[in-house]
Design a protein around this ligand. Structure first.
Ligand SMILES: O=C(O)CCC(=O)C(=O)O
Length: 254
């Protein structure tokens, strides 16, 4: 089926995101949740502790509550099995083509009291061209406005990269966000999901997530996919090895 005939791909091209309800089973989601608990408790010995970030305490220090687990699929076979699920790759393929590589993965823990993540575009941080990666965000818990769902500005994926010039302090370091006055919040829409449902967003789409105002976690696994025809553009850093998940490699590409 060509990109233009696929209704999901058309929706994605128009709005820069799409939602697929109940894409993964509750059993598989339970497996991922248990794996997160084991990693957090240090029961997965090979998982690098340096890839776990912690929540800020509000007084400039960092707590012992995990906020984010970086490189989950790259470090761990259980998470890699999530990144390789055919249910997901079958949706990604019409969006970026048949040759698909894993660019990265992160688990956003958003514990009770977890802080917001302000507006940003993933491609502002990704040194890959073209700027057309797609992120599958897998809901590991039921995700609501109250527990900090994602919000997006539909159609902003065609705007190009915004200035990320407003400092934002989190987890002991300063990150950058799109200045609040550049965003028209009257256009934003929330993405609420049941556990096992997934959203897919374009890497140039403006998005944020709210604070968690509830007393349970709002966990989400974000897996970033790119075409294996993409090019590495970082001026100094050596290109990492990106695993091929479907299709084929291309000479001189990522
Ligand atoms: O899950 C979150 O809180 C933020 C997610 C996000 O920014 C992303 O997946 O790019």
């Amino acid at each position: 089926m060509s990109e233009t005939q696929n209704p999901l791909a058309m929706q994605y091209q128009h709005g820069g995101f799409l939602v697929k309800d109940n894409l993964l089973t509750r059993d598989f989601i339970s497996t991922l949740r248990e794996r997160i608990t084991d990693i957090g408790a240090g029961r997965v010995p090979d998982f690098p502790q340096s890839d776990i970030e912690f929540e800020p305490t509000g007084d400039g220090r960092v707590s012992t509550t995990p906020r984010k687990i970086n490189r989950c699929a790259e470090n761990d076979s259980v998470f890699m099995s999530a990144a390789c699920r055919n249910e997901i790759l079958d949706i990604v393929e019409p969006l970026i083509g048949p040759d698909i590589k894993l660019f990265g993965s992160q688990c956003f823990m958003k514990p009770p009291g977890g802080v917001q993540k302000p507006y940003h575009q993933d491609s502002a941080y990704f040194t890959i061209e073209p700027l057309s990666l797609v992120t599958c965000w897998i809901a590991l818990d039921d995700v609501t406005v109250e527990n900090g769902c994602m919000w997006v500005i539909p159609g902003s994926h065609v705007d190009g990269i915004y200035d990320h010039s407003q400092p934002w302090e989190v987890a002991g370091r300063v990150d950058m966000q799109v200045p609040d006055d550049s965003i028209d919040r009257s256009r934003e829409v929330s993405i609420t999901l049941s556990a096992g449902s997934c959203s897919f967003h374009h890497s140039v789409l403006l998005h944020r997530s709210g604070p968690n105002l509830t007393d349970s976690h709002r966990r989400g696994l974000a897996v970033h996919y790119m075409s294996s025809r993409s090019r590495w553009t970082h001026p100094t850093k050596t290109k990492p090895i990106y695993p091929l998940l479907r299709g084929r490699e291309y000479e001189g590409c990522v």
